[in-house]
Design a protein around this ligand. Structure first.
Ligand SMILES: [Zn+2]
Length: 232
């Protein structure tokens, strides 16, 4: 399972710093105990799980509460539809009935002690955007989320996994290579390899502009245009 539960995101929830990550196979918010006692009212908090943390399972938060989580720079955590806020939930969770419609109710849910069985899926549909998800009866929605739809913070601008979902699959290798080259090649090598005279008149112009601003976003868009995925 390629679920990115080892990733960590610094977030703010109810004015308190936390790390959104996977722990022991569940997505959770971890609050540092050094910051003092955590009181979240009715929200269930596990004390010292893992050691030194207060733990709140993502699936125990209501959708309204999930929407309040932001990155530590203030940006919203997730983009697009609120259905992107679903990870560990089971399809018939009360939390989700306003958001998700079960379209293929062929499996029983909440069967305890059932070993992971990839064939036991239901298909569900977001009532808002119509996006369909496959839901495993034991693992919940996480099987549909190989990547989190997280808006990239500034310092992660080169992390391909964060933009993967918006790049056509046919171009994944090319864009990955482009990102790698941008970080490793000299400006001159980059210039010749990617025929940049079609974007900048001269190598000097490219070098000057690159000193001013980060050009990777532009180069990726240019690659999409060249491959006819965006009208130039
Ligand atoms: Zn949706």
């Amino acid at each position: 399972m390629d679920f990115q539960n080892q990733k960590k995101y610094n977030v703010i929830f109810k004015d308190r710093k936390a790390v959104l990550t996977g722990y022991n196979d569940q997505i959770c918010l971890l609050f540092d105990k050094k910051d003092g006692v955590l009181d979240l009212g009715d929200i269930k908090v596990l004390d010292n799980y893992p050691e030194g943390s207060y733990c709140v399972f993502f699936s125990s938060l209501s959708m309204e509460e999930r929407k309040q989580i932001t990155l530590d720079n203030g940006d919203p955590l997730f983009k697009d539809c609120e259905c992107s806020l679903i990870f560990d939930d089971k399809p018939n969770s009360d939390l989700l009935k306003d958001y998700i419609e079960i379209t293929d109710d062929t499996i029983e849910y909440y069967v305890p002690d059932l070993l992971f069985d990839p064939s036991k899926y239901a298909t569900v549909k977001c009532k808002n955007c119509g996006k369909k998800y496959k839901v495993n009866r034991k693992m919940g929605y996480r099987s549909s989320f190989f990547e989190w739809n997280v808006i990239a913070p500034e310092n992660n601008a080169y992390d391909f996994s964060l933009i993967k979902n918006i790049i056509p699959a046919q171009l994944h290798d090319k864009v990955k290579q482009l990102i790698e080259d941008y970080s490793s090649l000299s400006d001159e090598d980059m210039w010749y390899k990617y025929n940049l005279e079609e974007c900048w008149l001269s190598l000097e112009e490219y070098e000057d502009e690159k000193e001013e601003i980060d050009l990777i976003g532009f180069l990726i868009v240019n690659l999409l245009v060249e491959n006819d995925f965006i009208a130039g």
